[in-house]
Write a protein that binds this ligand. Sequence first.
Ligand SMILES: NC(=O)c1ccc[n+]([C@@H]2O[C@H](COP(=O)([O-])OP(=O)(O)OC[C@H]3O[C@@H](n4cnc5c(N)ncnc54)[C@H](OP(=O)(O)O)[C@@H]3O)[C@@H](O)[C@H]2O)c1
Length: 337
Amino acid sequence: MTNILLLGGTGWLGKTLSGLALDSGQQVTALARGTQAFAPGVNEVIADRASRDAYDRVENQVWDLVIELTSSPTFAREALRRLGGKARNWVFISSCSVYAEQSEPGADETADVVKPLDPDDGEAEPDYARTKSACEELSMQARDGRALVVRPGLIGGPGDPTGRSSYWPLRFAEPRDPVLVPADPDGQQWVQIIDVRDLAAFVLDAGSAGHRGFVNAVGAQHTLGEALRLAQEAAEAATSSANPDPGHKLVEYDLARMEVDLVNPWAGPKSLPLVLPTESGFAGFARRSDARALALGLRRRSLRESFEDIVRSNDGGGAGALRSGLSADEEAGLVVG
Ligand SMILES: NC(=O)c1ccc[n+]([C@@H]2O[C@H](COP(=O)([O-])OP(=O)(O)OC[C@H]3O[C@@H](n4cnc5c(N)ncnc54)[C@H](OP(=O)(O)O)[C@@H]3O)[C@@H](O)[C@H]2O)c1
């Protein structure tokens, strides 16, 4: 049995990691303030990492695997100072956001990263990429290279708190017509989503196996058009008993109109989720190399399966209740306009 410590554990990935590890018979302890519930069965350590005594209850054990989920270099540094010397294996959950350029399709883990933030800088609103880059550097330094830095791309799947991966399948699952879909006639837009459950399994397996270094944990690459077709097929399959005639009328939306219509790309309110900004520089964004992850054992379900599970597990709120996408009124306004 592996003795796992999650630094974090109450967020979406943290809870998925906890559940999967517990299901496979591991012992899981999670340290967080508890602003959200811990996964059932986890040994809860409620602590604020900003306080001096945060690690008192977890530092006198030898952990087989520590999984660090923070984006704060000061938290990462202190955890490494208190726990880093003894832990057998250490995984830091970073992000593909650390890369300095997003323009080269197929770029691998050797690509340049942004300058790490100095943990003592005290910036009020530190840049996410630079904080993650700093945590990466601190982890590798403190562990003398004996750490695995996992760089997820966009994480998706059931329960996605951002709504980015859920909007399209849930929108297609609604009977409302027409559906406004982004036009991408030249196949310039790409989608690369890693299912949170596949990511969690990879982190646990690769971390426990003692792999070291940097690895992109990303989904398979699809054009946006393919991804939308998969979302529609998944929605139809998941709702076929309730809605035997699910065909949708589609209206294509010219992405050149986004600025004038005040429609956001990517995420958030009044957005077209998963659509990349149309300016240059994003050609490699959703096309990161997955070669090392696959070599280390990453197994991925299909995007269609992730989409279908999103629809099946939806609590009924639908696309309009998400933190990303268009409301019914916004969509109708864009169809007319
Ligand atoms: N979503 C994506 O597409 C994406 C892509 C690439 C990488 N990532 C990375 O993937 C990870 C996602 O993690 P997640 O889903 O589990 O959610 P998360 O919200 O990022 O997890 C942060 C954890 O840290 C804990 N925490 C925050 N402040 C704390 C404090 N002062 N003291 C103690 N604990 C504290 C939170 O718990 P409490 O609030 O309960 O304290 C929570 O459990 C993150 O590292 C994120 O940067 C995400």
